[in-house]
Design a protein around this ligand. Structure first.
Ligand code: AHM
Ligand code: MG
Length: 348
């Protein structure tokens, strides 16, 4: 629901976080981590907005560990995000889409929280000034995190410890969120007590609370899939897709909307209802999106808004990651819409 307020009655993200801390929902360390993330997002937002002026469009000339071209802004956003988290002094391990392996924060700065993130998702949109976003999830260290690590661990042992910490199921998420760089810069956050939306006020340079306890409509008539892959899909999925195009009793089929930017497509789905999907196909056996820093945080947010996140057969949050950059199919959005695709995929 939108906040009813006068323009003098604002709640900033900082005030909101401090209130949550006072109420004992989060601790002081988490407040610091979340506020460092919001600072990183403000910086990335301003870099994105000025990209064509500061010559930050185009590719960097390198590929990341997943073989994808890195845009100049992918690399810079990763640096901004990592630096903000490191200097918060409250994170122990960070894992990013743009890094080969998760890294431990140097001991002198180190804290407890484990942060996974995609610093600039949907960056293929950047050169056309279309929406992009940052996605993040926050965990506590895994119980077995120090198992087998001696006093002077080798680099391999440290990396292994980082992988164990990062490879946690989404059910362990303490907080997750995203920042969307669009006509407004929107910061969406859950700390497990519903979904809160903050909008960057360019006048103050602060995120201001604009929606609280967001609820995804139970159903919705918008679908968001890259249908260019239709010929590569499984027959059951093709049948599902065909069914959306039948006008049915209302006389109106579903509407298609696809930005190609998970954050933007998810945000619309959360507010208007419907479904976002990135299925597996004949070429990408596990779909395209990454479990740790795309599918799990988005599924946690969806559930916190009364929606659902599934890989087509099971709850995304229940999937135990075995690899840092693991991909899984994703269907997320209104409960009834996600259940509908699950039914088609389960049919004989
Ligand atoms: P990225 O992390 O390399 O930017 O890729 C993720 C993006 C998502 O934002 C988006 O939903 C999807 O890739 C679009 O992929 P496609 O172009 O195959 O439809
Ligand atoms: Mg991504």
């Amino acid at each position: 629901k939108p906040r009813a307020r006068s323009s003098y009655d604002i709640i900033t993200l900082t005030t909101w976080l401090l209130k949550q801390e006072q109420a004992g929902v989060i601790d002081g360390e988490m407040t610091i981590v979340l506020s460092s993330i919001s600072t990183a997002c403000k910086q990335i937002g301003s870099l994105v907005q000025r990209a064509p002026i500061s010559n930050l469009t185009g590719v960097q000339g390198a590929t990341n560990v997943q073989g994808e071209d890195q845009k100049k802004l992918d690399v810079i956003s990763n640096e901004v995000f990592s630096n903000c988290l490191r200097s918060s002094g409250r994170t122990g391990v960070i894992a990013s889409e743009e890094e080969d392996v998760p890294v431990a924060v140097e001991e002198s700065y180190s804290g407890n929280y484990i942060v996974v993130f995609d610093p600039l998702d949907g960056s293929s949109n950047i050169d056309a000034a279309v929406s992009t976003g940052s996605i993040f999830g926050i965990y506590s260290p895994a119980d077995e995190c120090l198992a087998g690590i001696g006093d002077n661990p080798t680099l391999d042992e440290v990396t292994q410890m980082c992988v164990v910490n990062v490879c946690q199921p989404g059910t362990n998420l303490l907080a997750a969120g995203y920042c969307m760089y669009s006509s407004s810069i929107i910061f969406v956050l859950t700390i497990g007590t519903g979904v809160y939306v903050f909008t960057l006020d360019p006048m103050y340079g602060e995120f201001v609370l604009t929606q609280e306890k967001v609820q995804i409509p139970k159903s919705g008539k918008i679908y968001s899939f890259n249908e260019g892959n239709y010929a590569l899909w499984d027959d059951k999925l093709k049948k599902y897709m065909d069914s959306l195009k039948e006008p049915g009793t209302s006389g109106k089929p579903y509407s298609a909307r696809y930005i190609g930017s998970l954050v933007g497509d998810f945000h619309r789905t959360m507010l208007y209802g419907g479904i976002y999907g990135y299925p597996r196909d004949a070429k990408s056996k596990n779909g395209k999106l990454r479990l740790l820093y795309e599918c799990a945080p988005m599924s946690f947010i969806a559930e916190q808004a009364g929606g659902k996140g599934s890989d087509g057969h099971q709850r995304v949050l229940d999937i135990m990651p075995t690899e840092v950059h693991q991909r899984v199919p994703l269907y997320v959005g209104s409960v009834e819409e996600v259940e509908k695709v699950e039914k088609f995929l389960a049919s004989d």
